[in-house]
Design a protein around this ligand. Structure first.
Ligand code: ADP
Length: 491
């Protein structure tokens, strides 16, 4: 059986305790690897290694040189894209075609962007006057503790590691227990690219043990977390206790508003992409489709029709749109949301269960048919809580004001989408939506250059762009008096 180890101080190591846990292929339900199960001791070894690297070799490297090393990581990811895409499919069940054409190119662009950004941090020199020079500097934090989810493993690991390194930090990352494989491979690529040992460390294990130990560790300067709002709150509490800074990217419950004046075919395609791509397992997923009443019947028909044409199956098959969900436990969670939607009076229009026509060898995989609910009311659980599954619900509205109130009327504020051809409305609605990311006439498509914020229960901090570098720095204001005099107090 294949074994996946921690990567600490440049070496693959088993857990101090010697324990392992199983990693399953979601497409078949079969175990394909044993993964080192980390605990406090392993986390401590990784943090110490990261601290030594931070104080030692990494601190002596210029920002431009850091950029060159990060660029080399991007080149290695590009050169090994096929191997990484296949590993990602094996571990996460994500379709190979999506990994090849979306995730891997995004990772390459992302590392390249932060390679270029490594020497672009600027800080102000403020209102100088004769005799006094004032300037601000941004310094790296030290060891960044990153905790990542399973939905886009390689992208999530890159999102955390690349800007942290660009700003001069070292990293200990704990990837989700469901998807350890590609983060380990990425750690190896960082070494191969020439990053000093200990700059990127990977510890595997369960959240409550390894993740919590990383959050608690006094030598971790900041926690950068992506995951559920529930766990984010726990992490925020522990960080507050230690007065340790944190970045939280949590859940979402995005609305996708389709106005009657939109290009409806485009809007329906976009709504399916924004709601059901990656089986809806992403925090930007727009599981609430709000449709202007006078086109609601037509849009509903189109949505049902197109949702039925989504091909669910073997993730290696290039024709597959959606592979399996991540795990049996998650499949059960999604099923329970479907049951709650039915119990609360929503109308199940299509899907709602595992597909019936799966070939024999996939019967133990975690597949679920794309699901569309109609007549969803805002107080229902499926309209308020993050499902993180291939489930969208349709609610109709009469006026723009009503649509905005519905869109903003949830605890989350991560992203929002809308479709219209009215140019005034574009700016009016974009400004009224209480979300950190707004997509107009397009589904989710993000580029590393473009910053986004986090609002409400969706988190705290900022992501992407040069702005994300600031997450990984601390600011210092320096006052230098060269006048030979000081403010007359005792004279
Ligand atoms: P999901 O429900 O999507 O699995 P989680 O928030 O449970 O999301 O997990 C996201 C990441 O947080 C994973 O790497 C997981 O292991 C980690 N995690 C879970 N619980 C804790 C915890 N108490 N402390 C630190 N990390 C945790």
């Amino acid at each position: 059986m294949r074994r996946i180890y921690h990567l600490i101080d440049g070496r693959e190591v088993p857990s101090h305790s010697g324990s392992y846990f199983a990693s399953e292929n979601p497409a078949t339900g079969e175990q394909f690897a044993e993964v080192a199960a980390g605990d406090e001791t392993d986390v401590d070894a990784a943090v110490k290694a990261a601290l030594r690297a931070f104080q030692g070799p990494w601190s002596k490297i210029t920002p431009a040189e850091r950029g060159r090393l990060l660029y080399r990581v991007a080149e290695l990811i590009e050169a090994r894209a096929e191997e990484l895409a296949a590993a990602e499919t094996l571990d996460s069940g994500k379709p190979l075609a999506a990994n090849r054409h979306i995730d891997l190119p995004f990772c390459v662009d992302f590392w390249r962007f932060y390679a270029g950004a490594a020497d672009k941090l600027r800080t102000p020199v403020v209102a100088n006057e004769p005799g006094v020079h004032r300037y601000a500097v941004r310094e790296p934090l030290g060891v960044v503790g990153a905790i990542a989810p399973w939905n886009f493993p390689l992208v999530m690991a890159s999102l955390k590691i690349a800007p942290a390194l660009a700003a001069g930090n070292t990293v200990v990352i704990k990837m989700a227990e469901q998807t350890p494989l590609t983060t380990s491979l990425l750690g190896q690529l960082c070494l191969e690219a020439g990053l000093p040992e200990g700059v990127v460390n990977v510890v595997h294990g369960f959240g409550e043990r390894a993740g919590a130990a990383l959050v608690r560790h006094p030598q971790v300067a900041k926690i950068c977390f992506t995951g559920s709002t529930e766990v984010g709150r726990l992490i925020g509490q522990e960080c507050a206790r230690q007065v340790k800074p944190f970045l939280l990217e949590l859940g979402g419950k995005a609305a996708n508003i389709i106005f009657a004046d939109a290009d409806l075919d485009l809007a329906v395609n976009g709504a399916l992409q924004a709601g059901l791509a990656n089986n809806g397992q992403f925090c930007l997923a727009a599981s609430r489709v709000l449709v202007e009443e006078r086109v609601a019947d037509r849009v509903t028909e189109l949505l049902i029709d197109k949702a039925r044409s989504i091909r669910v199956g073997e993730p290696h098959d290039p024709a597959t749109h959606c592979g399996p969900l991540i795990s049996r436990a998650h499949l059960e969670r999604v099923s329970s949301y479907v049951a709650s939607g039915c119990a609360e009076g929503a109308e199940l229009l299509t899907g709602g269960a595992p597909p019936r026509d799966l070939p024999e060898r996939l019967r133990r995989g975690f597949y679920f048919a794309p699901t569309v609910f109609g007549r969803v009311r805002p107080q229902m659980r499926i309209a308020r809580e993050e499902i993180f599954g291939p489930v969208i619900g349709i609610t109709s509205f009469r006026t723009e004001e009503e649509a905005i109130a519905l869109a903003n009327g949830v605890d989350y504020g991560l992203s929002a989408y809308f479709w219209t051809k009215d140019a005034d409305r574009v700016h009016r609605v974009a400004s009224a939506l209480d979300a950190g990311l707004v997509f107009v006439n397009m589904p989710q498509y993000m580029v590393p250059q473009m910053p986004a914020g986090l609002r409400k229960s969706s988190g705290w901090g900022q992501n992407f762009g040069l702005e994300a570098l600031e997450n990984y720095t601390k600011l210092k204001g320096v006052y230098v008096n060269y006048s030979g005099k000081i403010f007359p107090w005792l004279t």
